[in-house]
Write a protein that binds this ligand. Structure first.
Ligand code: BTN
Length: 244
C-alpha cells in the first residue's frame, strides 16, 4: 500500500464518485488515490456541495478495503482520517482541531472536510472511499459555507498540491495500520484529545433549544456524549446537535 497509485484528473464530477466507479469495475487497488484539479459537483456532507476553485486545493479520494472492520465500527475510519489530517496540519499551523464528527478546523474556521463512503458485505466493510477536501491555496470563498479558510491564508505560503497529497496519504496509512492492528485506544484517545471544544462548557443547539454542556466522550458508534450541569448525560448523532 505504501506505493500508492495516483490518478490525477483535470476536471471530474467528484473524485469520490470516480473512486466508487473504480471499485465497482474492480479497477481499484488498495491505496489508489484519485486527485482532481476541479470537481464539477464536489460532494459535501448531507446535501451540501464542496466548493473548490480550479487548481487551488487538495481534492482527493483514497480507496481502502477495510474488510477486517465490522460495519458498526465504521466511525473508526473517520477518526483515522481526521487524526491524519491534523498530523499534517500541525506541522504548518497551530490551533488545529477536529470539530465533531469530522470537520477539520483551525481556530474557529473550517479548513478541511471529510466524506467517507463505505460499502458493506456481511458484517464487515468491504470497501471505503476516503474523500478529503483540504483548502490549500484558495484566497476567496464564494459559498455560504460557515467560515471557510485555507492553509495559505493562514501561513502566507503556496502549497504544492501533489506533495501535500503524498504527506496526507502517508499519515493516513500510518493510522490505518494502527486500526488494522486493533490499536483502538490509541486512536480513540488521540481523536478525543484533538476535538474542538473538548474542554470546558459550551453552548450547543438541539433543534431550537440552546443549552450549556461539556463534551464527555464519544460513543462506540461515533455519537457525541454531552454532560449537562445537572450531571445528566445525553447522546447525539450527527445532525441532532450543533455547536453554537
Ligand atoms: C464536508 O462537507 O465537510 C465534506 C467535504 C468533502 C469534500 C471532498 S473533496 C474530495 C472528495 N470528493 C467529493 O466529491 N467530496 C470529497
Amino acid at each position: 500500500m505504501s506505493d500508492s497509485k495516483y490518478i490525477i484528473l483535470n476536471e471530474i464530477e467528484s473524485t469520490n464518485n470516480y473512486a466508487n466507479q473504480l471499485i465497482l469495475s474492480n479497477a481499484a487497488e488498495e491505496g489508489t488515490v484519485v486527485l482532481a484539479h476541479y470537481q464539477i459537483k464536489g460532494k459535501g456532507q448531507g446535501k451540501n456541495n464542496w466548493e473548490s476553485e480550479y487548481g487551488k486545493n487538495l481534492l482527493m479520494s483514497l480507496v481502502m478495503f477495510p474488510k477486517f472492520l465490522p460495519a458498526e465500527n465504521q466511525f473508526m475510519i473517520s477518526k483515522v482520517v481526521s487524526i491524519a489530517l491534523i498530523e499534517f496540519l500541525k506541522n504548518e499551523t497551530e490551533l488545529v482541531s477536529i470539530k465533531w464528527p469530522n470537520d477539520i478546523y483551525v481556530d474557529d474556521r473550517k479548513i478541511a472536510g471529510i466524506l467517507i463512503e463505505n460499502s458493506v458485505k456481511g458484517q464487515n466493510l468491504s470497501s471505503s472511499v476516503l474523500g478529503i477536501g483540504l483548502n490549500l491555496n484558495q484566497q476567496f470563498f464564494m459559498s455560504d459555507a460557515p467560515n471557510p479558510v485555507s492553509l495559505g491564508q493562514i501561513t502566507g505560503k503556496n502549497y504544492k498540491i501533489e506533495r501535500v497529497a503524498k504527506i496526507v496519504v502517508e499519515c493516513i496509512q500510518k493510522w490505518y495500520v494502527k486500526l488494522k492492528e486493533n490499536q483502538l485506544s490509541e486512536i480513540n484517545n488521540n481523536y478525543f484529545s484533538l476535538l474542538y471544544r473538548c474542554k470546558g462548557w459550551w453552548n450547543f443547539r438541539e433543534r431550537d433549544k440552546v443549552f450549556e454542556a461539556r463534551i464527555a466522550g464519544i460513543g462506540e458508534f461515533g455519537q457525541l456524549m454531552l454532560e449537562l450541569h445537572t450531571g445528566e448525560r445525553k447522546e447525539f448523532t450527527f445532525k441532532e446537535i450543533e455547536f453554537v
